[in-house]
Design a protein around this ligand. Structure first.
Ligand code: TPP
Ligand code: MG
Length: 464
């Protein structure tokens, strides 16, 4: 397969780690590159240049758009397929020797908040190690999906949500589930299909949520579908007079689905508070990003929806938090969705059964040097000095002790008893199941001007 080499693009930043995120004070004064609603503002360089030269004949319709890119490095490599028949392999070409970038200073996070996010990231990683061990012991029923290398993105983004906001996690967002209030033991019980797991043993994977207390929609396996559900959550809240955030995620592979486009477009048109994080981890199962789409950055797709698009380093929790926080603020102001592309790397196979032998070893090495936890730890202990080595040691020990207790409790939980447990109940929802009532208040939406009440017979008439 022929691959076009992407244009050399040497943006490696020489700025210090303290560069603030732009736009600085967004709410009142839009940045020069934005329109009042935050969406990218088209500029016409030809017309502008012509105006400067006193030439008004230029009437080109060429437009340019800005996509803020908050990264402190711009990795330059491509993955391509080489060989033939049974000798096909992926190879990587580019600069893989660059030193890892520093963590970017957050505009919003305090010391306490940074330490909390760091703790969630540690818990996220250690819980997944525990799950891997439980799988190897034959205690996990089914597979396990890992977010190794993506903990900063998962935890820092969910950390930006407020109590009334909603989360729609996907398989690699177990860290977001922890931040949203699920205990590690609940997640472990779920994977072991225990009778007291969040789904009472009916599902042995990540398909669980909590719409009553934690405002979490369960992941949907059909990639892209959750975006529409989360847009619906935002619309439902709006009908009840409240603008909430619906934060959800999609992979570099899943974002290609038709429903992802339809859902985000709907949210854009309706100005719903959707915050979509495209987790570009370079792989969709065994297909590299370079063989999935032709745009340089997936954030560029925001232009086609007429919404703001932002690029962040997904291994930097401060960048992820700041971009998500700004997108959430915009959503709560009723200004519509934001697309955030978080660039990082899936550091394991698709799931536990996949050894990822198709991934070039050099790529793993490159991203291992960009490990989000090791870099954030260094930032907190050595750069900011917000944590002494001793305090850090104690924090890690606490997380391990908590996980051990959680794992023991989950292992000790009984398997479901079909006679006594709820395993077989509530599969189908009927009127006796649970009341469905508005969460935020009575419906306040008014019919649109000029709209007439629909007639019950109308559909039948159309079908004739
Ligand atoms: C519509 C649809 N197509 C295919 C699949 C099968 N499938 C599940 S995960 C996956 C890879 C997804 O890759 P990506 O979106 O990049 O997410 P990642 O696994 O890298 O987090 C595929 C192909 C699916 N679940 N839904
Ligand atoms: Mg992917």
């Amino acid at each position: 397969m022929a691959h076009k080499k992407r244009p050399a693009h040497n943006h490696r930043s020489k700025k210090s780690a303290k560069v603030p995120l732009a736009p600085a004070k967004a709410p009142k004064t839009p940045a020069p590159s934005e329109q009042a609603d935050g969406s990218p503002k088209p500029t016409n360089p030809k017309t502008a240049a012509a105006a400067r030269n006193g030439d008004d004949s230029a009437s080109s319709s060429l437009r340019c758009y800005n996509i803020p890119d908050y990264r402190l490095e711009h990795p330059e490599f491509r993955i391509f397929m080489s060989g033939e028949g049974s000798n096909v392999e992926y190879r990587v070409e580019g600069d893989l020797n660059a030193a890892a970038p520093p963590i970017r200073e957050s505009k919003y996070l305090s010391r306490k908040q940074c330490l909390e996010i760091y703790r969630w990231m540690l818990l996220n990683r250690r819980m997944e190690v525990a799950l891997e061990n439980l799988y190897k012991q034959g205690k996990v029923v089914g597979g396990v999906y890992f977010g190794l290398g993506q903990e900063g993105c998962s935890c820092a983004s969910a950390y930006a949500l407020g109590p009334d906001d909603w989360l729609g996690p996907m398989i690699r967002n177990q860290g977001a589930m922890l931040v949203r209030g699920f205990a590690a033991q609940d997640i472990m019980r779920q994977y072991m299909a225990k009778g007291d797991s969040p789904t009472w043993g009916r599902d042995a994977s990540s398909h669980f949520g909590d719409w009553q207390r934690r405002n979490v929609c369960a992941p949907i396996s059909m990639l892209g579908e959750l975006i529409g559900v989360m847009a619906g959550v935002c619309l439902g809240a709006r009908l009840q007079g409240k603008n909430v955030v619906g934060l959800t995620y999609i992979g570099d592979g899943g974002q290609s689905t038709g429903v992802a486009y339809e859902s985000l477009n709907f949210a854009a048109v309706q100005k719903l508070g959707l915050v979509l994080i495209v987790e570009n981890n370079l792989w969709g199962y065994s297909t590299p990003s370079d063989m999935q789409f032709c745009v340089k950055d997936l954030a560029e797709r925001a232009i086609a929806y007429g919404i703001p698009g932002v690029i962040v380093d997904g291994t930097d929790p401060c960048q992820v938090y700041d971009a998500t926080h700004e997108a959430c603020e915009r959503a709560r102001r009723g200004e519509g969705p934001t697309l955030i592309e978080a660039k990082m790397m899936r550091m394991k196979g698709h799931a536990i059964h996949d050894a990822a032998q198709y991934v070039p070893a050099a790529l793993f090495e490159y991203w291992r040097a960009r490990d989000p936890i090791a870099r954030f730890e260094n930032y907190l202990v050595n750069e900011k000095r917000w944590l002494t080595a001793q305090e850090n040691h104690k924090l890690i020990e606490d997380v391990e002790a908590q996980l051990e207790a959680d794992r023991d409790a989950a292992v000790a939980s009984p398997m479901p008893d079909p006679e006594k447990d709820k395993t077989h109940q509530g599969v189908y929802c009927d009127p006796s199941c649970h009341p469905i009532k508005p969460k935020y208040g009575p419906i306040v939406a008014q019919p649109r001007e000029g709209a007439t009440a629909s007639k019950a017979v109308e559909a039948a008439v159309h079908l004739k």
